[in-house]
Design a protein around this ligand. Sequence first.
Ligand code: GDP
Length: 455
Amino acid sequence: MENPTIAAISTPESAGALGVVRLSGDRAIEIANKIFTPVSGADLTASPGYRAHYGRVTGGGKQIDEAVCLVFRAPHSYTGENVAEITCHGGLYITKAVLRAALEAGAVPAQAGEFTKRAFLNGKIDLAESESVMKLISAQGEQAARAALNTLDGRLSKKIHAIADSISCVLASLAAWVDFPYDEIEDTSPADMKKVFTSAIAELNETVERYDAGRVFTEGVDTAIAGRPNVGKSTLMNLLAGSERSIVTEVAGTTRDIVEESVRLGSMILRLADTAGIHETGDIVESIGVDRAKKRMQRASLILAVFDSSEPLTEDDIAVLKECEGRLSIGVVNKTDLERKLDISEIEKYVSETVEISASTGEGEKELENAVSRLLSAENFDPESPCLSGERQRICCVKAVEYLSEAVSAIDSGMTLDAVTVCAQCAVDSLLELTGEKAADAVIDSVFSRFCVGK
Ligand code: GDP
């Protein structure tokens, strides 16, 4: 059956210099030819691939715009199908008019992620690479973009395939041995099997750890700004967010609810929560806020505990410090522009690092960035190494590790080779689910439904 030709606007729906309407499918070039007339008089349907034509787009009998139409011939295109990309002037009206003309000429509207899904179904990219396309689009920093680009490059898939192949080799020799026990087949000893499985476990664990470290660049680290009222938590949040997001006042206890914001600190992303000031209070509403702040602090991966350097340490400060003990935490000694009355050595006993800062002047922000980077081992993150791009892939890796560990235990406890085979096969399946070779349709649909239309 003929695959319907899909069309969508591939550029953001806002005013801009250029807009792109993309068509993909068997009839893409034929449909483009109906709405686009090259000034050279060329017939698009006779155009070779990788060719740009300058001309006019028409729809409803009227000229819509001057444009450039790029022609790609299957299989040499992003989707692996015939593709026409019409680059017209940007802006909401023109791109929509061009899309409408394409739909009237026989195309159907593309679903979210359908271009990339077709690329996947046509074997142009695998599922892991498709997900890195999405990561690349949403990357908020250079490190995140580079990591996504190298997954798109196929580095992750190659690594995962190599691991799956090593396990499959063991499985193949086990199967041969079961089927032809009396033939001269080279035996795989339990020790050899174990070696292959443990080395696969180590490599997968390392991949998961690198993903966790890379999350500081891709998804952001859950961070709580804590401290008693009036030490400057909201001012710090505003400094980092670069806006007046939290309400800053001189009345103690103004931030009752938790304000959340994703901010960039250098190339890292922090998912910041500015919590209500932690202090003893008789006010019921306030105490709910304080309880919530404590819970938020317990859940956070990183705590920025703020102190007022112009005042001696109080009981409430000590309560905050106690929450920091044994956690990834930075003691942010604020208001360094004022006269010092605080003994920093007390703070250093509880937190991982201390940084002096003036949230109102911005002095010390770079030191804070360096401290966060050190603490999260962000400087060790190498975006050039194969990197997972998302929770789905992480779960596939973790599942594979669990199955392989079971296989190793089965070998150790002298169980039958059947048990080993089942576990190892499940591990391979998890890895093939990661790359998409064995992913259920529902998984594939859910991956692509998170894309934007036009990609
Ligand atoms: P929060 O209750 O911890 O959120 O504290 P706020 O951010 O609302 O700040 C309380 C007061 O301290 C406000 O008047 C701020 O302007 C002031 N403040 C915050 N940071 C600094 C700073 O670095 N230097 C000085 N001098 N004042 C600051």
